[in-house]
Ligand binder design. Structure first.
Ligand SMILES: Nc1ncnc2c1ncn2[C@@H]1O[C@H](COP(=O)(O)OP(=O)(O)O)[C@@H](O)[C@H]1O
Ligand SMILES: [Mg+2]
Length: 151
């Protein structure tokens, strides 16, 4: 069970990602992550939130939910969207679509690297369709040493 849970909701607009990034960066720093790891966490959060806004939201009003959990051994972040404008399958990321996306990723393309970055930098990365018709992306970053359970 997590020691602390923080829940946030932002409009599905890129403008609101930066304040969330700043908040999570400060939190990660206070939790004792190294400067480099804080930058990794912020980059992953940026990519996941941009995907939720750009691919997983039908319009600006639907919003993106974040749940940040602090555990004894890791910081976990879940980003939940409600699904994009496409009808049917393309709304959320099925495993088949994910494989297809990964197969088509090319280093020479400007876009298409967000999921790869998140998977490479997070200690755990999971994506699954949710009940709202969108995608839940779950990432975790392990602490280098166990944390004081009092905080
Ligand atoms: N939350 C999401 N909901 C629906 N589709 C998504 C979501 N996140 C990613 N995708 C799909 O995966 C593709 C790859 O995402 P990503 O690697 O971040 O590259 P990019 O965002 O530059 O296209 C996106 O183009 C989109 O089709
Ligand atoms: Mg992206």
């Amino acid at each position: 069970m997590s020691q602390a849970d923080i829940q946030l909701q932002i409009p599905s607009v890129a403008f609101y990602i930066e304040p969330v990034r700043a908040f999570v960066g400060n939190l990660a720093q206070s939790l004792g992550f190294s400067r480099k790891r804080v930058a990794d966490i912020q980059l992953v959060l940026d990519e996941i939130c941009s995907n939720a806004v750009h691919h997983g939201s039908a319009d600006a009003t639907v919003g993106v939910k974040l749940r940040i959990s602090i555990d004894t051994d890791a910081l976990e972040i879940i980003v939940r969207d409600t699904g994009g404008r496409h009808s049917g399958e393309k709304n959320w990321l099925t495993h088949e679509r994910l494989s297809e996306i990964e197969m088509n990723r090319s280093p020479s393309n400007e876009s298409g690297h967000g999921i790869f970055i998140a998977k490479s930098l997070a200690d755990m990365h999971k994506m699954q369709p949710n009940r709202d018709g969108g995608t839940d992306v779950r990432v975790a970053f392990r602490f280098s040493k166990p944390r004081n359970p009092e905080i």
